[in-house]
Design a binder for this molecule. Sequence first.
Ligand SMILES: [Zn+2]
Length: 106
Amino acid sequence: MGQVKQWMFDKEHEDDLKDFLSQLMDRSELEGAIEGITKFLLDKGFNSLSDKQKYVLENFAENYASDHECERCGNGNVAELTDHIYISENSLCPMCEYDREKFMRD
Ligand SMILES: [Zn+2]
């Protein structure tokens, strides 16, 4: 998964990462340094983070993503980090879950 690092300074990815972390924060799933850096990020924005802090967040997101892999597509259909939170609850990504529901209806 070298993908995440490539996106590092992409605005869209920053928004995605921020959404992802704030959702985990709401669920009290963050702890220690990650929680502290996320609070700082939500308060001050990405530009206020040091490269090391950004790296810690990216690394956390990357590990979270590989720990929460869609059973059906192996994350091939996953477009956003927040999808991995969905996978943690449903074992499938939103797109596969949609396909599965459609299949069950037909
Ligand atoms: Zn999937």
